[in-house]
Write a protein that binds this ligand. Structure first.
Ligand SMILES: C[S@@+](CC[C@H](N)C(=O)[O-])C[C@H]1O[C@@H](n2cnc3c(N)ncnc32)[C@H](O)[C@@H]1O
Length: 235
């Protein structure tokens, strides 16, 4: 998939993740050398979640972040994702853990009901497949669903600036991750397209400014020399 073919329609992106859903957990863990888990833990820490907080996990995948949020006693989590395959995986995680205060809903986060209110919102690795106009809309939605004094923490894979790290990193993103995808999925194309979305996101994103423009107080921080980026938005 070439940059010129970057496709952001909900049907296309949810289909992509449906195809990856059988292998996403393993490929994500192996290809990130476990960093994905570590960055989710950083996201959780930045949220300072307290017992009885009402939380949301947006673009929840297979409930990876929900699983971390549930480490805090007494929190409830509403998780949303538009991929049927990912939602099935998330529902299996709920059943396995016997959580009765977690809901998994299949739907587009750009269409979230405006009457929802959350104390804490987590978004991990879902930003790169949103086009700039969708990112802008997403910033508005986040502001709308967050309770006063609430926090949103978002983490996305990025491309480091330092040349020494950047070149091997890009090689890894473009060639090694698709090869791992081929190993598990028999087809590297889905994972190759994730590299294209990641590079495009790192080159074009202006998300912190978008969050500020809707009213959030925002701080950002590079994770592992800029291989990922954390945005903390507070209301
Ligand atoms: C890379 S996965 C990340 C999953 C999980 N949050 C994690 O930490 O691994 C991105 C997820 O975002 C979902 N997604 C992307 N755009 C979405 C949208 N507009 N509405 C709902 N889900 C979306 C995809 O279906 C996919 O499951």
């Amino acid at each position: 998939m070439k940059d010129s073919l970057l496709e952001f329609s909900p049907g296309y992106v949810s289909g992509l993740f449906d195809r990856m859903s059988a292998t996403y957990g393993k490929v994500n863990l192996v290809s990130s050398f476990g960093f994905a888990h570590f960055w989710r833990a950083t996201c959780l820490k930045s949220l300072a979640v307290e017992p009885r907080h009402k939380c949301a996990d947006l673009m929840c995948g297979m409930a990876e972040m929900t699983t971390l949020l549930k480490q805090v006693n007494g929190v409830s989590v509403d998780a949303f994702d538009f991929s049927a395959g990912m939602c099935e995986g998330a529902k299996r995680a709920v059943a396995r853990n016997g959580w009765n205060d977690v809901t998994i809903s299949q739907g587009d986060v750009l269409l979230l009901p405006s009457d929802a209110r959350y104390d804490r919102v987590a978004v991990t690795f879902g930003l790169k497949t949103l086009a700039p106009d969708q990112l802008n809309r997403f910033a508005q939605i986040l502001f709308g669903i967050l309770a006063t004094e609430g926090k949103v923490s978002l983490v996305e894979i990025y491309v480091p600036r330092a040349r020494l790290l950047r070149l091997p990193y890009l090689f890894y993103l473009r060639w090694i991750i698709p090869a791992v995808g081929r190993l598990f999925l028999g087809n590297p194309d889905c994972y190759r397209s994730l590299a294209v979305y990641t590079e495009n996101f790192a080159r074009t994103e202006n998300f912190a400014a978008m969050l500020k423009s809707v009213g959030f107080t925002v701080s950002t921080r590079p994770l592992f020399y800029g291989c990922a980026k954390l945005y903390l938005a507070e209301k």
